[in-house]
Design a protein around this ligand. Sequence first.
Ligand code: ADP
Ligand code: MG
Ligand code: MG
Length: 883
Amino acid sequence: TKWVYTFGGGEAEGSAGDRDHLGGKGANLAEMCNLGLPVPPGLTIITDACARYYDDGRAISEELRSQVKAGIEKMEAITGRRFGDTQHPLLLSVRSGARASMPGMMDTVLNLGLNDHTVEALGHDAGDARFAWDSYRRFIQMYADVVMGLDHEVFEEILEDEKGRLGHENDTELSAVEWQHVISLYKRVIEEELGEAFPQDPEVQLWGAIGAVFASWMNPRAITYRHLHNIPAGWGTAVNVQAMVFGNLGNTSATGVAFTRNPSTGENELYGEFLVNAQGEDVVAGIRTPQNITEAARIASGSDKPSLEKLMPEAFEEFKAICNKLEAHYRDMQDLEFTIERGKLWMLQTRSGKRTAKAALKIAVDMAEAKMITKEQAVARIDAASLDQLLHPTIDPHARRDIIGSGLPASPGAATGEIVFTSEEAVMAQKEGRKVILVRVETSPEDIHGMHAAQGILTSRGGMTSHAAVVARGMGIPCVSGAGNLRVDARNELLLAPAITLKKGDVITIDGSSGQVLKGEIPMLQPELSGDFGKIMAWADASRRMTVRTNAETPADARAARSFGAEGIGLCRTEHMFFEGDRINVMREMILASDEAGRRASLAKLLPMQRSDFTELFEIMHGLPVTIRLLDPPLHEFLPKTEEEIADVSAVLDLKPSELRERVEELHEFNPMLGHRGCRLAISYPEIAEMQARAIFEAAVQAARETGAAVVPEIMVPLVGLKSELDYVKACIDAVAREVIGESGIDIEYLVGTMIELPRAALRAHVIAESADFFSFGTNDLTQTTFGISRDDAAQFLNTYIQKGIVEKDPFVSLDFDGVGELIQIAAERGRRSKNGLKLGICGEHGGDPESIRFCEETGLDYVSCSPFRVPIARLAAAQAAI
Ligand code: ADP
Ligand code: MG
Ligand code: MG
């Protein structure tokens, strides 16, 4: 087996296409060599060797040993140095590199091959003893930490003590002799702590480091990361062994990192940082403040330290040319690592750079317009879920900001609301239509419902990956986390800022894009939906097959959805309309009526209200399809529950509390989700469905008269399991339609369809389709009824299920393709078999989830319907699924 691939001297055995074997880093190092770029020679041990290492009980095979030896001989030939030599020693870096970039893997070991003898040779060779001893102490520090497992803080303490003693501020100020002393202290602490000496034999050092890379594949951090990102354990990691180049060889040497474009704005400008006389991680470690690479960035940042452009113009020009070359080659923004050794530039890494959603849009659009990529590629490249970041309001830059504290910009967008300190209060406030900011020390999984109900989240503890930050980003809710200068005193319901103390109910604004916490309500700008966003959306629309509708019943939601590009309403939940204002009382009156005549009297009062709702929706949707679902929830949901509420309501309705209580008890159900709801209500009380149908048709007539645009209402019957149920309700609807047509003299086109949300309906789809013009998959209920898991009680055990690996994901969030998905496929196939061209859609929560949308595309649905803010995500995801 060929376990080792070499690169260097202008050619490589591998290439970017071999990522699976070479890992991301190794594949791109090979590719850069093949492109003729200056890359120090090296070799890559392929990922399969890692798997083999574990199969062999964590042992290194002879075959691998001899192939690595041959690879190092090649490096020796190219560099004119020899590994372990005491005249011209070759030093190595040992770097891990999985297929996907993976935090948790072993940190890089630099300067491997140094010992008490080779260090002298290195200093002699370079004519710089300080440099050699500096490299040696770095090596001991890194090796002891990542290979031998001795915490690096021990070394930092020693170094700090020495610096203090010698009166040095920076590491670069230590002389060769001073480093020698530090090294003797390092060696002593290793012996004391580990009971063994630092290895002097370069061969031992090398295999120690390679073994440590393999071993790090199974460390807990790496395992957790793989788990979270669905990376199979079988992949293994590659190991890169590369000749060292030195950025710490005095003031003509440097090391740095750069992006070919600005990763936060997407601006087409080289962006990066470097340090003179430094090595490896010094730049990111923040040991010294790094310098800007370009002069433009230096000026913009107001730094007085020279840019690379000014300091080393030749190396800079070469680097810039390489950036352009790599970007053109990979056709994507690159994230680069480089080192300059005595003025000579070396490339050490390239990969596609991480970027914000805003930058991703700009880069994709710019590259497509420059014809570097096609429009389809531009569309395919955007992470649909990340659009969430762009759909939220931002603080008006001209607004006065009364800053009371600050934390991390954990989830983008700005939000204003009253302070609440518990999730329960947040949920209650939402029910009452109040906007709140949930303020906590930190959040935990029990806070999910409260986080959902809040406009924004503020925590005083926790970083960018804290629970609050991760969950808020996932939900698209603005979040400021770890605001350390604020103290949350939940017990006394106080938020203590340095200059002011706020209490529950006080209004604050958080800016999840800057991390600021502000007093009061601040003017906001609505999201920018034109520009790059608009272009990507237009290109996506051109590639997509499915249409995207929205779930909306309020005019505000319908308008928002239109502005996000919704092409109609896929689900209008009429029950929501009955909760508004004093309608609830008329509704209660209807429910409590003792006979049909009483119910009809109340329904007559509801009719004009319902009609005006629909008229407004039809006008906003201006001829686009609108699917209206008949009343779905069990009736007792509209009735008062506590004694207090019963007292209030009985006063309003002029009833005896005891009578009301009795009627509420009559309507009580043991299992309401499987009880008297959906089409069952329309069958028990056809007058309700008749009123709703009349409201819909009269509104359609009115909208047609007023706007001139023909409205084709789509009436949806919920919770059908039997064709006979649908037939009964459809007959009511048809009769009302005939009446309204007769009365108005206007012919109304309309559709009657059903939700598929019971397994029986899915299985009998071919029969039900005979009476239905369309199916809409109500995947929330379908998931509930397929699993037999109550959606409202699932939280109590689903988390445990996920933790114990019983289920991988919450099926109410990510569609269960295997089970619920199969029912959808069966229903789609059987339904269309009996009715050609039967219109199919989805209107559950899953309609806005990119993975579920891909499934809908593959199943051949005609449309997806989702909440207004997810419409752009759905448009993009539908396009990506079709490309
Ligand atoms: P990471 O995956 O954490 O970025 P790398 O393997 O890229 O780790 O190594 C980190 C840094 O170590 C590089 O950016 C570079 O500065 C330094 N480094 C790695 N290999 C070499 C080398 N052959 N010569 C000089 N520096 C190196
Ligand atoms: Mg790197
Ligand atoms: Mg339902």
